[in-house]
Design a protein around this ligand. Sequence first.
Ligand code: AQP
Length: 344
Amino acid sequence: MKQNERVFSGVQPTGNLHLGNYLGAIKRFVALQEEHECLYCVVDLHAITVWQDPESLAHNIREVAAAFIASGIDPAKQIIFNQSQVSGHAELAWIFNCVARMGWLNRMTQFKEKAGKHKENASVGLFSYPNLMAADILLYRATHVPVGADQKQHLELARDIAQKFNNDFASSIEKCGHEEGFFPLPKPLIAGPATRVMSLRNGAEKMSKSAPSDMTRINLTDDRDLIAKKIKKAKTDPEPLPSEEAGLADRPEAANLVGIYAALAEMPVSDVLAQHGGAGFGAFKPELIELAVQKLSPISEEMQKLMGEAGEIDAILIDGANRAREIADPVMARVKEIVGFIGK
Ligand code: AQP
């Protein structure tokens, strides 16, 4: 790890954690922990930008923490915590509400998709969600953020906010004796064959927690039978798999299943096609089912075990929050000084 490098990322506790969340984010969190100092956050403040039933929210917070641990993140080495326990996230988000511009947020496609036709009824929090996300990252002056492709635009906004803060307060930053470019410009880490896992029923739609049909996604809590059923029923086309990647163009469902296979097997798409090119889905799907069950079952079994020990999960989150605060509090104190606030 290079000096001053720090990884931050978050997952919303909104239920139905799925294969896209795992391959696009959580699996990559695990890989990064070997070489980096990492903070992995259950972003519960983000979750309430749309209505959450309080009892389900508490369950879902523990479930995301359980998924982190069951996937292999070591809570003793890295920091696992839930966002609402560290008040700096909300405090810095407010300051960023005053740095970010309406025009920037108006361009965010996720808000447009989530608010849909009922924009006037969406919460103000849903609109300013990207400012909170910028605060999550910059509160720890994190430099690298592993996310799925859907978060690229929000990451670009976080960089714009960091840059504008650094510019707007440049003379104060200097006067307070802090280094020029107080906030780093965080880099998105979006790589690999599964940065955008698609719905199993429609290759044009992202696999998502909120899709009404459970058949569109593989949940991390699904058992062997359910995984098999969902993959068997996944939409495909009648052609056999191509032997070259170019042959997947205009075949979104086929590309999705091959991408999932590649990410689970940790091999490039070209190798998957070298092995399975020419096979029809009747032959490929059982292979994918075997692989998915082999990789996901240990995680779901461990999650189930951990969920039976809620007290232990809560203790891990409290410990993580204490350690997160040790990094966040001095940053927040400096931000307040830079902005011109007085007092402790
Ligand atoms: N389909 C996906 N493929 C790859 N990565 C994905 N991520 C989400 N969906 C996919 C990544 O998972 C991380 C956590 O996501 P989140 O829970 O914070 O929020 P989200 O993007 O809103 O997740 P969903 O599942 O799509 O929920 P809804 O249905 O509410 O919109 C992020 O790094 C995200 O990129």
